[in-house]
Ligand binder design. Structure first.
Ligand code: AMP
Ligand code: ZN
Length: 462
């Protein structure tokens, strides 16, 4: 079955055709490690993880590269402001490398907690200065660069298809009438190399043919992706805000340097929203994964929630939505525990359900539909429980919900709950349904759900 992915370049769902049969090279813009990543950031990495897992489910061997920005990302994406890592180091009185390590470690732990598969390569920008300088040299040789008092810039006017990804109307931007372009030739030009204002002022600076300084943020992604995946590679992922600037600039500098197409499929994930706005550190309230755990959630409740919204739609986060996802995930656990105990043989409908599941995945990663298929399958009474479980475990290679570990915890049922259940049974026998329902509510308040079975009432912890 063909895998279709929505390509931002063409704004269409396209059949995925790899450069090398059976292989997929994939690059995801990674974290700037100056602070904790919030659950909005995590949504982006769960999205990339799903792309990777769906490719693997389709038998592709995936090479996944995620960069770590530990230098060069300025507080404004427009080549202005302070370097985010340098600022954090100054404010926290630490070395830049300590800051990067601290937040990278937390980030990697969080990824593991939400079952994001580890990338094959995690290149750090500060460890790839040579590659970045080489790339600028290539661009310089081909006449794409110029010097200003604060750095070496890319001349976007020289790259004819600049802005194609974002469908930018460059003319308006170039005139630069309303916004000053300073020494830049075009307003949209961007820094490849920034000079240190004063030697020794920054913790991270390097010698280069143009002077002491540090690389621009866009450059690192071009240099490191091409180093590990080649001049042209299959898939590049990132957040939607990267379309007009960061990814547009990655394309411009990479294609100008190599003369080849940079990336075949550009995939962008929409944001996680909170109170109607993009969840963002600069905008206000953020939740980290640890905060959710402190509030009693399982990290996989958040993963489950992420599966319920298609990656090209905003995910409107609220604790109520997370509660609903938590309940659904618990219900899945209970269902799986029950299935493990079922004896009846039933039919083998694996092929049909696998086809439906794959159809949903291959339709531009329609995970919400895939989850519906999962529930339909779990509730299919005729389908053999054993085969059902086997198939669910197979599906879990994409879902990442720890199906294998799903066993119902043996919760000790308090004496008072047992008494309430007995009372309720008496009322039911006397056909006093309304009163019995009140008891069901009281049992629920104590954290248990009572299910009426042919063999008698059964309690389930919630
Ligand atoms: P940063 O560490 O700020 O460079 O961001 C890392 C990644 O998280 C980028 O790919 C962003 O696009 C993504 N990101 C940031 N905020 C959100 C959000 N609210 N929802 C989804 N992705 C986000
Ligand atoms: Zn990037």
């Amino acid at each position: 079955m063909e895998l279709k992915l929505f390509n931002t370049l063409t704004r269409k769902k396209e059949v995925f055709k790899p450069i090398k049969k059976g292989h997929a090279g994939m690059y995801s813009c990674g974290p700037t490690v100056y602070w904790y990543q919030h659950i909005g950031n995590l949504r982006s990495y769960i999205f990339a993880d799903l792309v990777k897992r769906v490719l693997q489910f389709n038998d592709y061997k995936v090479k996944h590269v995620v960069n770590v920005t530990d230098v060069g990302h300025l507080t404004s994406d427009k080549d202005e402001g302070e370097d985010k890592i340098e600022k954090a180091a100054r404010e926290q009185g630490k070395k830049a490398s300590e800051i990067a390590k601290l937040y990278l470690d937390v980030f990697l732990k969080d990824l593991k907690r939400v079952n994001v598969l580890m990338a094959d390569v995690w290149p750090l920008a500060s460890k790839h200065i040579k590659e970045q300088i080489e790339l600028i040299k290539k661009l310089e040789k081909k006449g794409y660069t110029y010097k200003t008092s604060d750095g070496i810039y890319f001349n976007s006017a020289k790259f004819k298809s600049y802005g194609e990804l974002a469908k930018l109307k460059i003319k308006g931007l170039k005139s630069g009438k309303r916004i000053s372009r300073g020494e830049k030739k075009n307003k949209i030009d961007f820094a490849l190399w920034k000079f240190s204002e004063e030697p020794g002022l920054r913790q991270q600076e390097w010698k280069s043919p143009w002077g002491l300084g540090f690389p621009g943020w866009h450059l690192e992604c071009s240099a490191m992706s091409m180093k590990y995946l080649g001049k042209t590679f299959d898939i590049h992922t990132g957040g939607e805000e990267h379309i007009p600037v960061h990814h547009t600039n990655e394309i411009a500098q990479s294609e100008s340097a190599t003369g080849k197409k940079f990336v075949n499929y550009w995939l962008h994930g929409r944001w996680l929203m909170f109170s109607g706005e993009k969840m963002s550190k600069s905008k206000g309230e953020i939740f980290t994964l640890s905060e959710l755990v402190r509030r009693g959630y399982n990290p996989l409740d958040f993963r489950y929630l992420s599966l319920l919204t298609h990656y090209r739609k905003p995910l409107h986060f609220s604790l109520e939505n997370l509660d609903a996802a938590q309940n659904a995930y618990k219900k899945m656990k209970r269902k799986v525990s029950e299935l493990r105990k079922e004896e009846h043989k039933g039919l083998d409908e694996s092929k049909e359900y696998e086809k439906k599941f794959l159809e949903a995945l291959n339709d531009d990663l329609n995970l919400p539909r895939a989850i519906q298929v999962v529930w339909k399958m779990l509730d299919d009474f005729d389908f053999s429980p054993k085969k059902k479980l086997n198939l669910l475990e197979k599906f879990d290679s994409v879902l990442g919900l720890d199906v294998k570990e799903m066993v119902e915890k043996k919760t000790k049922i308090p004496e008072e709950v047992i008494e309430l259940v007995e009372e309720r049974e008496k009322l039911r026998k006397a056909k006093m349904w309304k009163e019995a329902d009140l008891f069901r509510e009281r049992i629920r308040e104590k954290g248990f759900v009572v299910e009426d079975r042919a063999e008698g009432p059964r309690l389930v912890g919630v």
